[in-house]
Design a protein around this ligand. Structure first.
Ligand SMILES: Cc1cc2nc3c(=O)[nH]c(=O)nc-3n(C[C@H](O)[C@H](O)[C@H](O)COP(=O)(O)OP(=O)(O)OC[C@H]3O[C@@H](n4cnc5c(N)ncnc54)[C@H](O)[C@@H]3O)c2cc1C
Length: 401
């Protein structure tokens, strides 16, 4: 193999480049990225970078020297437009094309836009990249009225930063609780209470009708009522970037469909990160939006491209920072799981274990890193532990492993 092309210069793309080189690949390596920035981490965008505690330089995943030292050619500000699978070439937006022996698609996701009248008014923001935060940050002035649409991780992280900065925050959510897609009802209730304690106002079951304003957003109309806004942050999920894969005839199903070795339906094309749907650790197929998945799947993709396939079976994990609360989640909770609370909600340091047929399937921890670390091990081992023992904080968590 002489030529590897990676489309998407994000978390997964750069990890694949790192692993290819560390595994001894010495052929040509090109990383194509639509953004003008070298690969960077997104998690701080809605946390420390938004709040101004982290400078931009700290976002970049590798120093510039990494790319020259590893002979990884960066083609930034250029989008891949079309894959010709027969000729094994990718054509780029600058009119050039690249030949490949193995191709990795690490194209990530893009934000889902609000399909509402007024949604493109100035003052309506989304959050996916560095440029989005650079536009949003000047709006974060004490006393300003922020309406957050969507009580998912990003919406709530922005709400937390804004509340800490003295803004008036209203969160509009279609579901009946916060982070409903991802966490247990206990955790939703806990986080809602924490946000309310910081004066965040919630409206659940919110059916949005329009964003209103003459030449700038002034309000959001919800069920006939006008919620005043100086600016709006929309966090209603993402859409996988799989159009070029689809156009090339690759199987896509809520993302680019890959097998447990990260191969697509073309044996020379692999995919990793947010853009993929893949066999899940706990059965079925999933598309995950997490740093863990981007990194681990990219490592597996690099190995598979080098002819050393290893099945991808890592336990998924994720985190979110809101106020002084570190939420860490391992495994994937499902409706119907039996939940076991370990610790006291009021102590702001506790865990919720999820049992499925008696087996530990997931754990959500708040300010409880040891529970999270042990929980991951228990999930990987498909451990069975009596709920009374899990709940008993006089039993040291280490002794559960
Ligand atoms: C604000 C925010 C906060 C987050 N917080 C957390 C967190 O706390 N914990 C956590 O685990 N995860 C978090 N995530 C999710 C995490 O950042 C993603 O899961 C991760 O970045 C996925 O990596 P990726 O490489 O698959 O995609 P990305 O990092 O999105 O990279 C994909 C890249 O491909 C480029 N691209 C797309 N199409 C093309 C094309 N045709 N040609 C060239 N380039 C293309 C895109 O422009 C992008 O730069 C957060 C995400 C956001 C946006």
């Amino acid at each position: 193999m002489q030529r590897v092309v990676i489309i998407g210069a994000g978390q997964a793309g750069v990890q694949a480049a790192v692993t290819l080189r560390s595994e001894g690949y010495d052929g040509a390596l090109t990383l194509v990225g639509e953004e003008i920035y070298p690969p960077y981490q997104r998690p701080p965008l809605s946390k420390a970078y938004l709040s101004g505690e982290l400078v931009r330089e700290r976002l970049f995943l590798k120093p510039d020297a990494f790319y020259s030292e590893t002979a990884c050619e960066l083609r930034l500000g250029v989008a891949a437009r079309q894959i010709d699978r027969a000729a094994k070439t990718v054509s780029l937006s600058d009119g050039t094309s690249l030949a490949y022996d193995r191709l990795l698609l690490a194209t990530g996701t893009r934000v889902r836009k609000l399909p509402l009248p007024g949604a493109s008014l100035p003052g309506v923001y989304y959050l996916r990249g560095i440029d989005d935060v650079d536009l949003l940050r000047p709006e974060m002035r004490a006393g300003a009225r922020l309406v957050v649409v969507g009580a998912g991780f990003i919406g709530l992280e922005v709400a937390a930063v804004a509340a800490k900065h003295g803004l008036h925050v209203t969160v509009l959510e279609a579901a009946s609780r916060v982070m409903a897609r991802a966490v247990s009802p206990q955790l939703s209730a806990f986080y809602e209470r924490e946000h309310r304690a910081h004066s965040v106002v919630f409206r659940f079951g919110a059916a949005l009708e329009a964003i209103e304003g003459a030449d700038h957003v002034e309000a959001v109309r919800v069920q006939g009522e006008h919620v005043p806004a100086d600016f709006v942050l929309v966090g209603v999920g993402v859409v996988p970037n799989c159009e070029i894969a689809q156009a090339a005839g690759l199987v896509c199903d809520n993302g680019i469909a890959v097998d447990e070795y990260t191969a697509t339906s073309d044996p020379d094309i692999f995919a990793a990160g947010d853009c993929t749907s893949h066999p899940a650790f706990a059965g079925g197929r999933v598309r995950l939006e997490s740093v863990q998945n981007a990194i681990d799947q990219a490592k597996h993709a690099a190995l598979a491209m080098l002819g050393k396939p290893v099945p991808y079976r890592e336990v998924p994990w994720f985190w979110s920072d809101q106020y002084d609360l570190k939420l860490q989640i391992a495994g994937i909770a499902r409706p119907g799981d039996v939940t076991v609370l370990r610790g006291l909600l009021d102590s702001r340091k506790f865990s919720v274990f999820h049992l499925r047929d008696g087996v530990i399937a997931a754990v959500e921890t708040v300010n409880a890193a040891p529970d999270y670390i042990i929980g991951r091990k228990l999930i990987a081992a498909r451990a069975i532990i009596a709920p009374e023992r899990l709940a008993d904080i006089s039993v040291p968590v280490k002794s559960l492993a």
